[in-house]
Design a protein around this ligand. Structure first.
Ligand code: ZN
Length: 101
């Protein structure tokens, strides 16, 4: 059996997901972190830029979840590179941009 060890990120907030592929239960969600699932964050309607801004406010939250200690600036930098590859934001970015004059 092939074990996928590629790091996955929550498809809303971009936090790395710790997935135990050896014990992947039916109920385990591979797309969203617990926080986003619990709080319904995946349904929130905000922009990617706002999310990057939010991460910059809470680098200690990222540290608590991942053990990686970034400064606000570093975390914003990391997220601004990571989030465009994440489903939710990726999908939105390919929508045509309408001129709303
Ligand atoms: Zn999340």
């Amino acid at each position: 059996m092939k074990i996928n060890t590629e790091t996955k990120y929550c498809q809303t907030c971009g936090i790395p997901l710790e997935i135990d592929y050896n014990n992947l239960g039916l109920e385990q969600n591979e797309e969203y972190c617990e926080y986003c699932l619990k709080n319904g964050v995946k349904l929130y309607d905000f922009s990617m830029d706002y999310l990057i801004y939010l991460w910059g406010l809470f680098p200690e939250e990222y540290y608590r979840e991942t053990g990686i200690n970034y400064t606000s600036e570093e975390l914003r930098e990391v997220m601004s590179k990571r989030l465009p590859h994440i489903k939710r934001w990726n999908r939105r970015s390919i929508l045509p941009i309408y001129n709303t004059n």
